[in-house]
Design a protein around this ligand. Sequence first.
Ligand SMILES: Cc1cc2nc3c(=O)[nH]c(=O)nc-3n(C[C@H](O)[C@H](O)[C@H](O)COP(=O)(O)O)c2cc1C
Length: 160
Amino acid sequence: MQKMDKLLQQMLSQGVYVVGVAEGLETNAFTAAWVMQVSFAPVLLAISINPEHHSYQLLKNAGVCSVNVLSQQQMSLAEHFGQSGLEDKMARGTWILAATGAPVLQESLAYFDCKVSHEVAAGDHQLVICEVIEARQLNVGIPMLYSDTGTMDNSAELYQ
Ligand SMILES: Cc1cc2nc3c(=O)[nH]c(=O)nc-3n(C[C@H](O)[C@H](O)[C@H](O)COP(=O)(O)O)c2cc1C
């Protein structure tokens, strides 16, 4: 499977995002590459999330999230939010709350504030379909590509 995982990462163009979630006073965020627009009216995004992530519980319970676009210069943010079980994960970055209550990363290029519409099972992930409530550009730069992140997500080990 070595060859297929390289082709998936290098040839299927995807961005890199930090998805912010909140339930009550608890906030969290995780790095995601599997994010895409799937409808014009309403504007829907699909986020493919591993249901074992801590963020999934918050997303499921509260039904809101923000999709924050990383720039090519923000590799260390992608790495930081790609880790689980950090003591104070949200101490990294500057966070404000969007209209839905989801945390927004102020250093990102842009954010999409979302409400969960519904979920679809997709193999070992859940496709969370979200309606975009608000979208705003925060900074200027070139969006990061998943292909730039190399082995950061250790995904080669996840293929059967
Ligand atoms: C570049 C990169 C892309 C990633 N893409 C996804 C993704 O699309 N979906 C997903 O569920 N996890 C993805 N991950 C893994 C999560 O970010 C990672 O497991 C994170 O630790 C989950 O955090 P949490 O347990 O605090 O929610 C990605 C990680 C990296 C580094």
